[in-house]
Design a protein around this ligand. Structure first.
Ligand code: IPM
Ligand code: MG
Length: 380
């Protein structure tokens, strides 16, 4: 099969890690008989520099034409002083909204190779894990194109006056809530069949609406165990007993915050991938999908062969799985990553964290090369 993939490298370490993900996809193509056609597009700081806009209309249009989008990272100190509407982050929000990718999947699992990178004690991990093992494996499904990120905002009153004010609005429609809940329920069905809605229903009306709709859907997804948790408690439970969670589904802003918290538990944000998906439109072969590492542009280490390419490569694996239903290929990539870790290779963000003395410090290039070697040697 032929697949067209928009590659948006962005800023900072974005270009170097997406280049590795592209190499891996090329190899997947060779091994499994697919052709990936890459279309490179500009967004973020690089686009501001070349066009004056973080998300040029041509980028969004071209991204929409492709079967899926692979994004690196956007932003950096160079563009920090710009007004809100011109900051590189606008490119991300514009791509999310423009592609209609309303469900953001952020898996966070502890790999045995990185056990010591997780700051939690064994007893904390084992206590909440069904199998009594010192590990966890959860998936945060974050609503991505609604809520306070996209609600009405503004300022009132005379600037400087005591009653001058600023506001942002959390508003969710039934449709927005229902569609992301369905993605989360379907994900839970392929995992351990448990879904937890995280909200602030003791205070917020919008959260009470989420609960009502979840309760309605819970009946429909009878095989999934549905539970509810307040977000403040969830923030605590993630560090007290992360093994209790399977799928967490939540609003845009709560998901933003909780996914950063969860990332620390996995040892390094340099390992975390994400998938953002939408609904397939009539006449299109695939649903819209955008895949990106959770880490940012990390300008301090850009261009130094220090960035961990695994999150970008894992994001490519998520693309294979969620956009193209290439499960076998996705698993092969994931296995190549664990294979490289098993060989002892560690980028700087994860070195010295396995408790083993046979670690080899690797740069971006060496780590990606190891993944590619394992994938090449693999018998299908
Ligand atoms: C994320 C990031 C973005 C967000 C920023 C960069 C706009 O923090 O993807 O989690 O808040 O969604
Ligand atoms: Mg965030």
């Amino acid at each position: 099969m032929n697949y067209s993939v928009a590659v948006v490298p962005g800023d900072g370490i974005g270009p170097e890690v997406t280049a590795k993900a592209v190499d891996v996809l090329d190899l997947v193509g060779d091994k499994f008989g697919h052709i990936f056609n890459f279309v490179e597009l500009e967004a973020g700081g690089v686009a501001i520099d070349s066009t004056g806009e973080p998300l040029p209309a041509a980028t969004l249009e071209a991204a929409r034409q492709c079967d899926a989008v692979l994004l690196g990272a956007v932003g950096g100190p160079k563009w920090e002083g710009l007004p809100g509407s011109l900051r590189p982050e606008r490119a991300l929000l514009g791509l999310r909204a423009g592609l209609g990718v309303f469900a953001n999947l952020r898996p966070a699992a502890l790999l045995p190779q990185l056990r010591d990178a997780c700051p939690l004690k064994d007893e904390v991990l084992t206590a909440s894990h069904a199998g009594g093992k010192p590990t966890f494996d959860l998936l945060i499904v974050r609503e991505l194109t609604g809520g306070i990120y996209f609600g009405e905002r503004g300022r009132d009153g005379n600037e400087g006056a005591p009653d001058a004010s600023a506001f942002d609005t959390e508003r969710y429609s039934r449709r927005e809530i229902e569609r992301v809940l369905r993605v989360a329920y379907e994900a839970a069905a392929k995992r351990r069949s448990r879904l937890c809605l995280v909200d602030k229903a003791n205070v917020l009306e919008s959260s009470r609406f989420w609960r009502e709709i979840t309760a309605e859907l819970a009946g429909e997804y009878g095989n999934i165990e549905t539970s509810y948790m307040y977000v403040d408690n969830c923030a605590m439970q993630l560090v007290r007993a992360p093994g209790q969670f399977d799928v967490i589904v939540t609003s845009n802003i709560f998901g933003d915050i909780l996914s950063d918290e969860a990332s620390v538990l996995t040892g390094s944000i340099g390992m975390l991938a994400s998938a953002s998906i939408g609904e397939r439109e009539a006449g299109r072969k695939y649903p819209p999908g955008m895949y990106e590492p959770v880490h940012g542009s990390a300008p301090d280490i850009a261009g130094k062969n220090l960035a961990n390419p695994l999150a970008a490569i894992l994001s490519a694996a998520m693309m294979l799985r969620y956009s193209f239903s290439l499960e076998k290929e996705a698993r092969a990539v994931e296995a190549a990553i664990t294979g490289a870790l098993d060989k002892g290779l560690r980028t700087k963000d994860i070195v010295g964290k396995s408790g083993s003395t046979s670690e080899i410090t690797a740069g971006t290039d060496e780590m990606a090369a190891a993944v590619i070697r394992v994938l090449e040697e693999r018998e299908e």
